[in-house]
Design a protein around this ligand. Sequence first.
Ligand SMILES: NC(=O)c1ccc[n+]([C@@H]2O[C@H](COP(=O)([O-])OP(=O)(O)OC[C@H]3O[C@@H](n4cnc5c(N)ncnc54)[C@H](OP(=O)(O)O)[C@@H]3O)[C@@H](O)[C@H]2O)c1
Length: 345
Amino acid sequence: MKAQQTLLIAGSGFLSAAVARWFHRDGWRVQVLTRRPAAVERPAVPVSWDGRTRGDWETALREADVLINFCGQSVNCRYHAANRRAILESRVQPTRLLGEALADCPTPPRVWLNAASATIYRHAEDRGMSEAEGELGAGFSVDVCRAWEEEARRWRRAETRQVLLRTSMVLGHGANSVYPVLARLARLGLAGTMGHGSQFISWIHQEDFCRVVAFLVSGDLEGPVNVTAPEPVTNRFFMQALRTSLGRQLGLPATRWMLECGAVFLRTETELVLKSRRIIPRRLRNAGFTWRFSTAPSALEDLAKRQKCLCHLAADLGARGMRKHGSPGEYLAQNLSRSGLQTVR
Ligand SMILES: NC(=O)c1ccc[n+]([C@@H]2O[C@H](COP(=O)([O-])OP(=O)(O)OC[C@H]3O[C@@H](n4cnc5c(N)ncnc54)[C@H](OP(=O)(O)O)[C@@H]3O)[C@@H](O)[C@H]2O)c1
């Protein structure tokens, strides 16, 4: 019988939790390198590290068949000097540490997926940015992406296939996902066109993100891969689709200066919504990957349905207690599938 494969994930955030659940259901043993063991969702096994120093955690690296590094402080903040430093260091330093440990590892994982970002491409309204034909941009966020990828590349080993996940905005229900924020804006009547509205949004549904990760683990692609749905859409189209999915007719548009004022108040940056990200996942498409949610309306409708379902089930659980239902997870999975939905694993 084939030995159970081990997946080692660095960082315990939104994408890490989604991927850990996905691989666990497929029979993998999942370990998570984290500075906060209590934050790791079981049954993944937390392994303590500080993201800066070598140590006992390297035993987990030696046992791993696959390594995925998702470390990086959130970019949803004001880009003042201290935050810029933290955004850069929280990506480059854990990548370097993993690279150094891998260089000394007698039995390195066969695959290393490292988080990266589709923000590496320039502001593009004129044409799509594929891996081969896309042009890299300039400025702080792009510099971070370049340094992050360069650090990962520096530590490549012949025995370990390395993939850089140039990921667009991932839409899901997890903590730190942007979707709950967008849904809240829509409920408040504030999900109108942002800026001039012709800037492109690239996005991917959380379930497709996990499917892409599994596809890349089992496939043979190497180097940068754009991880995004095949059809980027304009901000105007996306916000309209968001409102429709949530049954909201109206959404107040926000001009550039309104967004600038709001960003100061909300401690964020307008680049996150005004930069045009027109990303084309050419390598995934050419490798034969097929998306379950390839259009923005289909992804947003699914997320809205799940949200409704989760609200009903949470209320139901609260009202009837958990007596008959093994665990909240099982109860949600059973009821979601009865409603024609699959659990986002
Ligand atoms: N979510 C998206 O839409 C998206 C899109 C493109 C790219 N990405 C990239 O994918 C990665 C994961 O995204 P996410 O949404 O899952 O982010 P997240 O929820 O904020 O999780 C990131 C994790 O990184 C770890 N981390 C943060 N600062 C660190 C540091 N200084 N040293 C070591 N670890 C640190 C933390 O894990 P512990 O607290 O457990 O140590 C944290 O939970 C990030 O690098 C992000 O830039 C995300």
